[in-house]
Write a protein that binds this ligand. Structure first.
Ligand code: GLY
Length: 408
């Protein structure tokens, strides 16, 4: 009997291994696939990394932005009104508080959030959503800081001033800072700022913010994507007629190339817009652009910084795009109806997290970040193969989402 059981056990183990070895290389045809991702270890690693970095980050006028290639410590930049990354570090601390419920992380998160309340009046660019929502929004949602409500509502009002009804989108950048374009510029990244607007409508701000966000999502869906579901980065619209004047890039490889983080913002954004509207056209679209992204991925599920670079010459990856998509796909997997789609997106997200937490991408033992090997703006000559604070933010958000899904 014992021998029989042993034989059965060996057979089961080998069947499981065969399934792993036979796993399809693209996510398109992947069904229920095992991964070696260890969530508990990944959370512990993040906490250990924060225990190392937080005591070093004492200047409240600055925030950690990147770790240069080969360096080990965060380079801090001022919490300036024009610096879009200001909110991610407090956001990371809010997520660590949510994951551990340890008061020390909440205390640190409050300290790092409350330094830029005055940014609620930013109207000079669209990044106020990126800046305020991870900090004040997560403080409200995860930290129970209900006193942040008015700051968030004011921030949404500031962002809404940039909506042009003739175009149907929020204007992302000022032309002074981006003189290549003369009229109304909208970039795909702007999709993420919509979350602040939906939040405001859900918290007493009235329907206007939700209407603006949904109109922006519709216009972007129409103009910002190619037939095959890939995205351009920058669109210049005629400010008076709303006509598309140009489709270009700023951070991608070429004007007509497929910048991977742009696609990531789209995936995350349309999943979130579906959550807020429950309109199936956004869910279908989120699936379409996700399926294209998955089809373009290399074997380890971490994209090159642009899908159109010559990978025989340039192997730079963008872990930040992978982290954004992993977080978005976990959410998307909960909305799609078909079981096979649920599994496909969930398993793809796990594969991304498995790669990101592996020695190939993890900062553990090498530098103070959770993740290495991101690309901020290679086409502009900076932030190439570095650690980026927003890669860490979306990574820890994905861990928090996964933990909650496992607890349900
Ligand atoms: N501005 C957001 C990004 O660089 O992706």
């Amino acid at each position: 009997m014992r021998l029989l059981l042993l034989a059965l056990f060996i057979c089961m183990a080998s069947c499981r291994n065969n399934k792993k070895n036979d796993a399809p290389e693209t996510a398109q045809d992947m069904t229920a696939m095992d991964t070696d991702f260890d969530l508990v270890q990944a959370i512990e690693d993040c906490e250990d990394q924060l225990k190392i970095s937080v005591p070093k980050l004492t200047d409240l006028t600055k925030h950690p932005r990147l770790i240069e290639t080969g360096e080990t410590e965060w380079k801090e930049v001022p919490n300036g009104r024009l610096v879009w990354t200001s909110g991610f570090y407090p956001g990371i601390l809010w997520y660590m508080y949510d994951l551990t419920k340890e008061e020390k992380w909440k205390k640190e998160a409050i300290k790092r959030t409350e330094v830029f309340e005055s940014f609620k009046s930013i109207t000079e660019h669209h990044d106020i959503g990126f800046m305020m929502y991870p900090a004040y929004g997560m403080g409200y949602e995860l930290g129970g800081m209900k006193e942040y409500k008015d700051i968030l509502l004011t921030s949404a009002a500031s962002l809404a001033t940039r909506f042009n009804p003739k175009v149907g989108t929020i204007r992302s950048w000022s032309n002074k800072m981006h003189p290549r374009w003369k009229q109304h510029i909208t970039i795909i990244d702007n999709m993420l700022n919509l979350e602040l607007l939906y939040w405001a409508s859900d918290h007493g701000g009235g329907p206007v913010y939700k209407d603006i966000a949904t109109k922006h999502a519709e216009t972007t869906m129409k103009n910002h994507f190619r037939e095959d579901g890939t995205s351009w980065h920058v669109i210049e619209y005629d400010s008076l007629t709303g006509k598309v004047l140009n489709r270009n890039t700023k951070q991608g490889f070429a004007d007509d190339s497929r910048w991977s983080r742009g696609q990531a913002w789209g995936i995350y954004g349309y999943t979130m817009v579906y959550r807020e509207t429950k309109d199936n056209k956004f869910l279908d679209f989120a699936q379409k652009i996700t399926d294209k992204y998955l089809e373009l991925l290399p074997e380890d599920y971490i994209p090159h910084w642009d899908f159109d670079i010559d990978t025989t010459k340039d192997d730079d990856r963008d872990a930040s795009a992978a982290a954004v998509v992993a977080s978005g796909l976990l959410e998307l997997s909960t909305y799609v109806e078909k079981k096979e789609d649920q599994e496909r997106y969930y398993n793809a997200a796990l594969k991304m997290l498995e790669s990101l937490s592996s020695p190939a991408y993890s900062g553990v033992g090498k530098a103070d970040a959770f993740l290495l090997h991101s690309t901020g703006a290679k086409s502009l000559g900076h932030e190439i193969d570095v650690a980026l604070i927003y890669a860490d933010y979306y990574y820890i958000e994905a861990l928090d989402r996964l933990q909650k899904m496992k607890m349900e």
